[in-house]
Structures are given as C-alpha cells and as structure tokens.
Write a protein that binds this ligand. Structure first.
Ligand SMILES: Cc1cc2nc3c(=O)[nH]c(=O)nc-3n(C[C@H](O)[C@H](O)[C@H](O)COP(=O)(O)OP(=O)(O)OC[C@H]3O[C@@H](n4cnc5c(N)ncnc54)[C@H](O)[C@@H]3O)c2cc1C
Ligand code: SF4
Length: 504
C-alpha cells in the first residue's frame, strides 16, 4: 500500500468535465483528459483493504488495490499489466461504466469512494500514450475455428480471448462498423469512436478476422455456420426494443431512441470522413424513416435510464426547443436507498452529464396517447400522474385524478429498454433454447447445442458494457475448454493473472 494516510489527506476528485455551454456545441467527449498528478493522488486514497470489496463489486474482478498501489508508486506499466489481465477494454469501462466497484468500495462507507473508474481510464490512456498497448498474436495456432456473431463488447472480448488462445476467430457484424451499442448507441460525447478503432487495429494485428455488413442467418445460413466452424459464440445483443402500443404510435415524430441515437453517431462518423450507410440502421438493417432531428422541437424522452439520458444529451446538441424526460417509476431517493445498503449496487437518483446540460425530469408519469395534428404528425403527448400502490402483494399503478394533461411534443423518443434478442432468423434456425425472458438459454455460456455458446446482452438481457466484456471472457474460456479439453484463459471464475502478463 502506497500511502497509509492518503485517504485522510486527499479529497476524491474524478474526471474533470468541460464547461456545459462549451460541450453542448459539439460531440467531443465531455470528460477532459486525465492528469498524471491527480491520478497518483487519487490512487493514494486506496486503503488496500484486507477484504477489498471493490474487487468483488467489479463484474470483471479487476485487481483494484494492486493497480491503485502501482499508480501511486508511479509504476504505470505494472498498473497497465494488472488492469489488462482482467479487462480487455478498460478504455470503454474507464469512460462509461457506472462503476459498481466504487459503490462497494470500503472507503465509501463514510467518505466518497476511491475514484477507481478515473484511475482505470488514466492507466489505459497512459498505456496507449506510451505505446504499451501492442499486438500480442498467439505464438501457436490450434487449427480450430470459431465464429463470433455480433461485435459489441461481448463479441469483441470473446474474439480477443479466443484469438489469444490460438484459435482462428472470425467476428461477424451485420452493421457497417464494429462495436455494437458502443459504436451506434452510446454517443460520441461519452465515448469517442476513435477509441474503438484504436482497439480494433490492435485486434486485427493480433489476427482476429472482422467481417462487417454480414447478417448471419441471412448472408450466411445457420447450417453453413455450424458446418464451417468448430464453435460459435452468439453475442448479438438484446435488440428488440420495448414499444408503447397506445393510440397515435404511428404518427410522424414517434421513434425508438436507437433510431435517433444511431443516426447521430453516424453523422459524427461522417463528419470525420468515415464512410457510413445512413440507409441502414445501427444493426445494418434497411432504414427508411429519414432524418430524425430535434432542432426547434419540443422533445419528450419516455424512459428514465441511460438510453433516455443519451437522448437528452443529443437533443441538447441538436438545439431542441425543450427537452423533458419522463419515467413511469417513482423518483428514487437522492442518497442510497435503505433497501440497498453498502456494498450493494445502490438504488438512488442518478444525474448524468446530459442531465447537467439541461432538461426537465419527471417521475411517476404514464403516457396515455400520442396526439396528432390531423395531418399525421405528432403534436402533443397525453400524460397522467400515477401512484404505485400495493394490491394483493403486487405493486400496481393508479392514475391520480385530475392530472391528465397534454404537453406539446413534436418528437417523442421511446427509451423504455429492450425485451430480448431477435429470435426469428439465426437463433430459431440454430434451434437454441430461450429462458423465461426470451434470452438465449446458456447456463455456463453453453447452449443445449454443445458447439454453440452465448454471451452478453443476448444471454443475460440488457445490461452494461462491463458485464458484456465479462461475459465475452467467460464464454471464451468455456469455448476453449470445449475445443481443447482445458483452458489457460483468464476469467473471473478462475484465478486471474497469467504469469506471462506479469513478465514472470
Ligand atoms: C443508448 C445506450 C446507452 C448505453 N449506455 C451505457 C453506458 O453508459 N454504460 C454501460 O455500461 N452500458 C450502457 N449501455 C448498455 C451497453 O451498451 C450494452 O449492455 C452492451 O453494449 C451489450 O453488449 P453486447 O456485446 O452484448 O451487445 P451489443 O452491444 O448490442 O452488440 C451486439 C451486436 O450484434 C450484432 N448482431 C446481432 N445479430 C447479428 C447477426 N445475426 N449477424 C451479425 N451481427 C449481428 C448487432 O448489430 C450489434 O452490433 C447502453 C445501451 C444503450 C442502448
Ligand atoms: S475497497 Fe476501496 S479502499 Fe478498499 S482496496 Fe478497494 S478501492 Fe481501495
């Protein structure tokens, strides 16, 4: 442990952010670059706990106290080796992870927790700066082939790990770019897409074969896939959005959040000279709804989560007339709810950088109707306040009398989550089984067909990038064991650091 009194001496400081008025004018990242001095000081706050709860809180099992200590000692290379031994893409999680590790940090019991996410981002950015992130192609190829279907963080992590084990991996993606929701869901102001490209270049050099614009199940049949590959990892995400089947749903101006967000990410890519296909959606499927722009419109975002918050940030950059985000659930408490004590992931109000940039927020509100202007265009939303009451052991919603109203709205964005993966096509053709929620049933990552595995949102339902990476790594280990009878790949389920990564 670097500095025993660090947590007493230094206040928590996480990433600095650009001024709200400045950042609303562009799509560059909201967070400023890390400062080496600040990171070292923040790492000194770590108490090197006997039982580091942070480590358990992280779905990847990141070895947090050790990399904190290495940063404090200014041994950044060791910090990078420790971090990259458990996390394939710290440059993603260091930017957009809600940091469950910080919620379970022991220091968080009576002080602000260690700024773990900020330290993680600093380590990986330093590693790229110093040229430490280089390709490590496998020394020996096994002769086995693996198809990974879907190139979000789960598929990317699985491909990276399986390639490291020496298998020949082809990563298929039906969109025109690699990255899944990190590419076409999460806006550039949270994660600049050059960050993904930088990583893809390393993976390509290591030998991963990327095939974009390839809709598996359509361009390659399920039968051909099974015939040509020794194992298959399904990592196609949770792609069926929750709809709102109420009157007026078909009016012009009512859209799923992903239509709006992915178009904007494509515009940003185009502005940087990257060729993208605006006639296809974020998944490479034909798209004909035209440009969705918030400029001068009253925007209502329906859904209070991350996706909704990203719509708020994007609408502000489009210069919307007004932005309101509504949520059907009650407002969470401002501090950790008593039902989720430390070290659990806290139920509490979250205010994102997009919220800081300005919007109205409302809770316990139900949308009853999309109201048209008589010409097929959306003109307003009919809303009503609700309260949640317990009836026969179930919580049910009740309208609050006298609260029904119409609010002006020319653009409504549905951000109410995702139900499950698309089942028709590839999944049904492969004959995989589903769980009760409609996700691919793959206990221990293997489906009922022994050569087919699943990972990420397609298996666990809509979740987080950190879980997707973790699932990709665990699935890769399961595939490697299936192909080789044993596996030396790291995964949370086994001991973490392979000696080669520590140079021993
Ligand atoms: C708008 C938005 C914002 C988010 N913000 C955050 C955040 O801030 N922090 C966070 O941790 N998480 C966030 N998430 C959640 C996170 O992005 C997902 O949990 C994560 O990306 C899931 O990874 P995945 O690899 O399982 O699937 P995905 O990222 O969904 O990738 C799946 C890919 O598979 C492809 N695919 C599907 N079927 C086929 C096929 N048949 N052939 C070829 N390709 C196919 C799809 O086109 C897609 O590119 C956000 C999600 C959304 C929608
Ligand atoms: S729980 Fe917090 S203080 Fe303790 S080792 Fe982990 S990061 Fe350091």
């Amino acid at each position: 442990m670097g500095k025993p009194t660090g947590f007493l001496e230094f206040e928590r400081k996480a990433s600095l952010k650009r001024d709200v008025n400045e950042r609303k004018q562009d799509y560059n990242e909201v967070e400023k670059a890390y400062s080496k001095e600040q990171t070292t000081e923040q790492a000194a706050r770590c108490m090197d706990c006997g039982i580091p709860f942070c480590h358990n809180g992280c779905p990847l099992g990141n070895i947090i106290p050790e990399f904190n200590d290495a940063v404090y000692e200014e041994n950044w290379k060791l910090a990078y080796e420790l971090l990259s031994s458990t996390n394939n893409f710290p440059e993603f999680t260091g930017r957009i992870c809600p940091a469950p590790c910080e919620s379970s940090c022991v220091l968080g019991i009576n002080k602000p927790p260690v700024a773990i996410e900020y330290i993680e981002k600093s380590i990986i950015e330093k590693a790229f700066e110093e040229g430490w992130v280089v390709a490590h192609p496998p020394k020996v190829r096994t002769g086995k082939t693996v198809a990974v279907v879907g190139s979000g963080p789960a598929g990317m992590a699985a491909a990276s790990q399986l390639n490291k084990a020496g298998h020949t991996v082809t990563l298929f993606e039906r969109a025109d770019q690699i990255g899944g929701l990190v590419r076409y869901g999460i806006p550039d102001f949270k994660l600049n897409k050059d960050i993904i490209d930088r990583r893809i270049a390393v993976m390509e050099e290591e030998g991963v074969i990327f095939k974009t614009n390839t809709n598996v199940g359509v361009d390659i049949s399920a039968e051909k896939l099974e015939r040509e590959f020794d194992a298959i990892v399904l990592s196609g995400g949770s792609t069926v959005p929750r709809d709102l089947a109420i009157d007026g749903r078909n009016l012009k101006g009512v859209h799923f959040a992903m239509e709006f967000l992915s178009q904007q990410n494509k515009r940003v890519a185009e502005s940087k000279g990257k060729p993208v296909n605006q006639d296809k959606d974020h998944q490479g499927l034909p798209y004909a709804n035209g440009d969705i722009l918030a400029i001068d419109k009253n925007v209502v975002v329906i859904g209070g989560g991350d996706t909704g918050s990203d719509c708020v940030g994007t609408s502000n950059r489009h210069k919307a007339k007004s932005i309101t985000q509504i949520e059907i659930m009650p407002m969470p408490p401002e501090t950790r709810a008593a039902s989720t004590p430390w070290p659990l992931w806290p139920m509490q109000l979250r205010t994102s950088t997009s919220h800081e940039e300005g919007c109205e927020r409302g809770w316990s509100i139900n949308t009853k109707e999309f109201v048209g202007d008589g010409n097929g265009n959306l003109k307003a939303l009919k809303l009503v306040d609700i309260e949640w009451v317990r009836e026969n052991e179930r919580m049910v919603m009740k309208e609050v009398p006298g609260t029904e109203r119409e609010v002006p709205c020319e653009l409504a964005l549905l951000a109410a989550g995702f139900l499950h993966p698309q089942q028709e096509g590839l999944l049904n053709d492969l004959g995989v089984e589903y769980d009760q929620r409609g996700n691919v049933n793959a206990t221990k990552y293997q489906t009922s067909n022994e050569k087919i595995f699943a990972a990420g949102d397609m298996r666990r339902g809509q979740s987080l990038v950190v879980w997707a990476i973790s699932e990709g790594r665990e699935a890769a280990r399961a595939v490697d064991e299936y192909l080789m009878g044993q596996s030396f790949l790291e995964a949370k389920s086994v001991s973490m650091i392979s000696p080669q990564y520590l140079g021993v």
